[in-house]
Each structure stands twice: as C-alpha cells, then as structure tokens.
Design a protein. Structure first.
Length: 314
C-alpha cells in the first residue's frame, strides 16, 4: 500500500465528514464540508465507486482491464472509453514534454521490479535489458476512442497518472453535487474544493520524505491540486540501498536525484505525471520542466535533503 505522501492538516469543524477506504492500492480519504452526514457518506461512496471504475479500466494488474486489452491486442487497435482516452492523451503529452522522463510504456520494466506484489525485488540484469528495449512513448498511438501499441511486448503502466485522473473526476463529482468545500486525498494526490469549515483555505501538510512523523512545510490552498511523488511510498532496502518504485525509463532503475517532489497544479492528473517526470529528471532539469509546463508552485527535496522551491508570482 502506498504511504500517504500528503497529510491534510485541516482545521476540521463539526460540519466536516471524513471517510476512508482503500482503492487503486492506496488509501483514499474523502472529506466533505457541511451538510447532513447521510448525504456526505453517500457522496463518499460515489467517490469510492468512481475509483473502482477507473481501476477497472486502467489497472495493469487486471486481465479484464482495457489497459491489459491494449497490451494483448498490440499492434491492433483497441476501443477505449472517454476516460481512458483522456488519460492516454495526457500521458503522451507529458511524455513528450519531458522527453520521456515520464513514459506510460514502461510496464514491462516496472513489472520486473514487483512493487505491486510483495514489496518489490531486484530484477535480473538480462531481463531488465530486454524489457528496456520495449519502452518508448512513441509506441503508443491514441486516435479518438481507440488506442494501440505499435509493437507486441510493449506494456502500459498508468500508475503515475491514473490515480490523479480519478482524483480530478472525484472533485468534479462533488462540485456537481453542490458541495462547497471538500478534499479528496488518494495517497498523496490531493484535490481541494472550495473552503474549509469556517471559511478560508484548506491547510495541507507536506510530509518530510525521511521522517514520517514530521511535516516539511504547510500549504494553504483552495480549488487546486497538490501532488507529491516520493521515494518513501513504495520501496525496499537491500544491502543498505533503497530501491523505490519511481523508475527512470532510460535505465529501468530507480531515479536517484530526488527524495520527493510536490507540485501545485489545477489538475491532479497533470500534477501526477509532472511530479514523476520531475523526480526522474532531478532537481535542476526537473524544475526547468515544471516551469515550461506552467506549474506555479513546487517543492523539491533533492537526494541530499536540500530543498528547492518554485514560488507563485506575487
């Protein structure tokens, strides 16, 4: 289970209702500001059902998902839903923008590490080299309501973007229901709606990447997304070396330039992919990418624990 990278340090009043469940292999927390508890619980159940639908389409671990069908059908076309089309288009966009630092075709490589199984393990060098030969986002083609991989053996992994999409859709669901204030937090992918109970911005605590009991900093936000990628979410240690799940598509091995990356963006889906790409690129090139992408605010903790900040314009 992925650790919650962002902790909602919200001044929750008596009118806020919070519900927690596990979906997409992570803890999903929904906080609804105001209204009857029964209605809030129903809205939270709707959010959880939405996460299950997204997982059902986009999980590489499910044989019945559309993503798995795209893998099996390569190089033939596979019909896709509007949801999956939106995610794949954004995945290709960020992949191109980051020159492959984020790559949705890394599935053959990530599968070898086994982070979605029993905590992960070192892959064999020969197998890793063969899997790397299948990676390359130009191999993924999306046209309208259909998609295909150009070569059999290439596999999709949307773990760095699908959760953010589900968070965005969940926020839209709550807004359409008339909710004036809410938070959806899926293991560090956060989207805030409106204001906290009593008015004012929501207070979001950013977890320290090396001290789970400490906060790195706090952010005051309204109607935006806050997304963190960190090397403490899924990892194992072997011979004193930390091996984590954020893999560099160029090497097939864990990226080493950062401990965590937090971005503040309008979209959790975009933030999810951009935070991953920034982590892979490292602090300097990653910060340059975030600026090109129009990210207004970011916090990067480098491999030595140093902190770089991108601050919003005054």
């Amino acid at each position: 289970m992925a650790a919650v990278a962002l902790l909602a340090a919200c001044h929750r009043g008596p009118q806020a209702h919070t519900y927690t469940s596990i979906h997409m292999d992570t803890v999903v927390e929904v906080t609804v500001n105001g209204g009857a508890e029964r209605r809030a619980r129903g809205l939270a159940q709707g959010v959880f059902a939405l996460f299950d639908r997204v997982e059902g389409e986009m999980s590489r671990y499910r044989d019945d998902s559309i993503v798995s069908a795209i893998d099996r059908n390569a190089p033939r076309w596979t019909p896709i839903s509007p949801d999956l089309a939106a995610v794949l288009r954004e995945a290709v966009r960020v992949a191109a923008l980051s020159k492959g630092a984020f790559d949705p075709t890394i599935g053959a490589v990530s599968g070898l590490w086994g982070f979605g199984e029993k905590g992960g393990h070192l892959p064999e060098t020969k197998a890793l080299k063969a899997a790397l030969a299948t990676v390359g986002y130009p191999r993924l083609v999306v046209e309208g309501r259909r998609a295909r991989l150009l070569y059999s053996g290439t596999h999709l992994d949307l773990g760095g973007i699908a959760k953010g999409y589900a968070v965005d859709r969940a926020a839209e669901l709550l807004v359409k229901a008339g909710v004036k204030g809410a938070i959806v937090n899926a293991g560090g992918d956060i989207r805030v709606v409106g204001e906290r109970p009593g008015g004012g911005p929501w207070h979001i605590g950013i977890q320290h990447p090396r001290d789970p009991q400490a906060l790195l900093t706090k952010l005051d936000v309204t109607d935006t997304a806050v997304v963190t990628s960190g090397d403490y979410e899924r990892y194992f240690i072997e011979d004193g070396v930390r091996y984590h799940h954020i893999l560099d598509p160029a090497t097939g091995r864990p990226a080493r330039g950062c401990e965590s990356v937090t971005v503040v963006t309008a979209s959790a889906m975009a933030g999810d992919a951009l935070a991953t790409a920034c982590f892979v690129l490292g602090p300097e090139r990653g910060m340059a990418l975030l600026k090109r992408a129009g990210v207004a605010q970011a916090i990067i903790v480098d491999a030595k624990g140093g902190i770089l900040r991108l601050l919003p314009a005054p």
